[in-house]
Design a protein around this ligand. Structure first.
Ligand SMILES: NC(=O)c1ccc[n+]([C@@H]2O[C@H](COP(=O)([O-])OP(=O)(O)OC[C@H]3O[C@@H](n4cnc5c(N)ncnc54)[C@H](OP(=O)(O)O)[C@@H]3O)[C@@H](O)[C@H]2O)c1
Length: 230
């Protein structure tokens, strides 16, 4: 049985991944900031031990280690999905909120790195451990033709740089790394104009995760499968 850990699993794309992986028989460790309020996630529980809900705050430096200790067994897939956009009104030139810049980098870039460090041994203990970073094409420098979004773009570009180093450093340990753009998805973050549903995003990402190997580690891919430029 595949063992997957998903962060930010209480709503949006993360919740759909939890639903999908449960449907396909995986053991799901779903992490969220406030389990007490994660009603939609807990409603997925088949009640047979297939789903475990954990507390996890990506902004807390020790959270990755605590989550890895709570999971405490070989992990086949670690999906670092939790993320924030940052302030809607503080991302245009002249309006940068320094505190929000730091907070967003902590959640979107530092959090996944600490998570990867904490789970490295558990992923290495799997036959084919896979680390998946939920990035965004807004983190692509060469794809940026519209400017703005300084905080979010910087955080996802930092995540992408982190992902490339992780792919290189974890390869000798048998761990493959994917850096994914989930599409423009209809969630709280993506808004109602998004092009695809969270279900479609999760299904297409799952196919990419299943196709992830040490041969194609370190790639930056759109959920459509298209390669994205750094
Ligand atoms: N939607 C899109 O179009 C789109 C496009 C590109 C990339 N992405 C990326 O995809 C991921 C999921 O996005 P989404 O659309 O599902 O967003 P969402 O609906 O806003 O959900 C974000 C998730 O991240 C969690 N989260 C936020 N801050 C956290 C923290 N400090 N610690 C732990 N969990 C935290 C949220 O938990 P709470 O409920 O506790 O806030 C929630 O579960 C993000 O990394 C995002 O950047 C989304």
């Amino acid at each position: 049985m595949t063992c997957i850990v998903i962060t930010g699993a209480n709503r949006g794309i993360g919740l759909e991944h939890a639903r999908l992986w449960l449907e396909t028989g995986a053991e799901v460790h779903a992490a969220c900031r406030t389990p007490d309020r994660a009603d939609a996630l807990k409603a997925l529980d088949p009640g047979d031990g297939q789903l475990t809900v954990h507390a996890y705050d990506a902004a807390a430096p020790e959270a990755g280690k605590a989550l890895a200790a709570a999971v405490g067994k070989p992990v086949d897939v670690l999906l670092a999905n939790a993320g924030v956009m940052g302030p809607r009104d503080g991302q245009s030139l002249g309006n940068t909120d320094p505190g929000a810049w730091v907070d967003t980098l902590k959640i979107n870039a530092l959090g996944p790195l600490l998570l990867a460090e904490a789970f490295a041994d558990l992923l290495a203990a799997s036959k084919a451990g896979k680390l998946v970073l939920q990035s965004s094409r807004m983190g692509s420098i060469s794809d940026n033709t519209s400017g703005g979004y300084y905080i979010y773009r910087a955080s996802k570009a930092a995540l992408n740089a982190t992902g490339r180093s992780l792919a290189i450093d974890l390869k000798p340990h048998g761990i493959a790394v994917a850096i994914l753009h989930p599409g423009w998805v209809r969630t709280d973050m993506g808004g109602s104009n998004g092009l695809i549903s969270a279900r479609e995003s999760a299904e297409t990402e799952k196919a990419l995760i299943e196709a992830l190997t040490l041969e194609n580690t370190g790639e930056f891919r759109h959920q459509s499968g298209e390669f994205l430029a750094w």
